[in-house]
Design a binder for this molecule. Sequence first.
Ligand code: SF4
Length: 707
Amino acid sequence: MNAAPSRTVRTTCPYCAVQCNFDLHLEQGLVTRATPTRECPVAHGTVCKKGLAALNDLRHPDRLTTPLLRRDGQLVPVGWPEAMAYVRDALGPLVQSTPQRVGVFGSGSLTNEKTYLLGKFARVALRTPHIDYNGRYCMASASAALNRTFGLDRGLGFPLDDLPRSDLIVLVGANIAETLPPVMQYLKAARDRGGAVYAIDPRVTPTVKVAGRHLAPRPGTDGVLALGLLHLMKQWGRIRPTAPAHGLSDVLWHADDYHPARVAHECGVPEAELLALARAYADARTPLILTGRGPEQHTHGTDTVQAWINLAFLTGHVGKQGGGFGTLTGQGNGQGGREHGQKNDQLPGARSLRNPSHRAQMAAHWNVPEHHLPQPGHSAQELLNACGESGEGGLDALIVLGSNPVVSAAGAGQITEKLRALKHLIVIDFLPSETAQLATLVLPGSMWCEEEGTTTNLEGRVQRRRRAMTAPGAAREDWRILCDLAHAVGRPHGFTYPTFRDLQDDFFLATRGGRADYSGLSAERLDRASAQWPVPRADGPDTPLAYAPTYPTPDGLATLHVPRLPAPDLAPRALHLTTGRLSGQYQSGTQTRRNPALKGENAVQIHPDTAHAHGLRAGQSVTLVTAHGQATLPVTLTPGIRPDTLFVPFHWPGAANLLTDPTALDPHSRMPGFKITPVTLRPAPAITANSAPERATPHPTSPALQT
Ligand code: SF4
């Protein structure tokens, strides 16, 4: 037999929302190396260590290569017919009798096509209202604020190439150097052209060091800071709204209360530093505000982001090239993943499940009666909280695709117990995540370069993800698994796609007329060039600038809302836990913790003064105690962090999210409060910093995998 020839396949990275392009070099059917390409429209030939190291996981010894069914407490290998028989017998009757007791949990890392198919599967095959995804834990607050202000949610309304046009970039809780490294080239270009960069962060991060100008407000007070800036812009005569809009005067009156002394006190920053930032903003021609997860992952995240949007809008900068407001999406397809129907209240093309005409459009496209489409169901955290509950709204079964809520959900300890209480937990994944280890059925899926699709990056740019190799063993492409599940539960109608291309064309067409309209796209067009949505016509242009002076709202006007912010905790010795990412890790770490090329320390970062006050030394163990749980971690002394703030990365099980609150949610975005939890410290027996890459650690009471 002839050996497979060497070849090269260009595709996109599996990780973050920059979506760098690589060339994958294959020998005998296997990817042997990846090289960045200068033709990449986003990163221009730069990548980060995570992207290049992603190859290491493709044939990792832990790869799931056969379905696993739980028998006598053990997950044991079975064939696909047996796995689908389980689905038919376990899920089929539930779907027929009580579909609302079945939930679906997706991911912001899924391609657009899988996002679309998962939503269709939930609404058309299962007919359950309860589908949501882990993007709810990422940029949902910015998404909610953009939608309610402009009727549109594209994280960046302009290409990254426009960033250097800005003469002042204000990064609010966005650690770009560690989370989106190639974007730093745009910040540096802005600085090279004479622009300034301010970083607002409770820690001196690598981004702060490059920015050079830093403000470190108390966690949870970013919205107060924005109100203080708006107050000063009003006082200094800098109010010139971008366009006529609803709510302008209410927002301006509300800012009258936020005088500099109050803002400096509540934010815990020197008044002179606040005034310096305000003066820089007032004097800038094209200031740009970019938010990250810092201001967003709060139970008041939507109103915090709103405060920054209000500032940009009222000073006349929204819609300018290189100016205004944007949010830096985090997950690989965090943008497309929030547009095409896996959100609890959403239909493809960023349509609303509550809108009668949107429902009619999608019912017609799917050839089902409109009344078969459910109404909106639980959001992500509520969906997980409902698992195993017997009362109304409770769930007996959950299907998880490419997500690991045992690590990433707020109150992960409580969520783990709820997942255990389910009758059926079906997990589709390519590695045995901590969630897969609790499953009753594990279905082996495909990794990034084992499937075709498209992703949409942080600037709304749609790109092709190309298949380079096949999944190992009996693992299958995820879209085929979803179609098989629909057939197994007895609802095959609409789930027979002869080829992936048929699914992709169905997806593009389904978005026609929606706000996120991709219907002018095709694989051939994307082979010629990436495109920023909306792209409504095959022979028409794409849309680099999304936020024009008129908006897709009923009257074409924006609506500003008065931010409702909680009073900050100003107790003198209060400590606040904040959680976040490390440069070498990604999300719940299912892939990156296994990767020998990637490091990261699962430790708590503490200011030396705070450590000294609690009798702690570097490397010593400390137990963090909150109202929701406790976790013991080694101490890392971090002079650049606020003394009232502790930082714990969220990539490891049994750590950050054991401490966060599973019930308190933002009223608009349904976001838990990952960024601020009151915490106390207790010395603990010595443990070793987990600085080495590790294998997944099964939950202590989880039955072992037999593979
Ligand atoms: Fe690029 Fe993000 Fe992948 Fe790094 S993780 S290579 S920045 S897409």
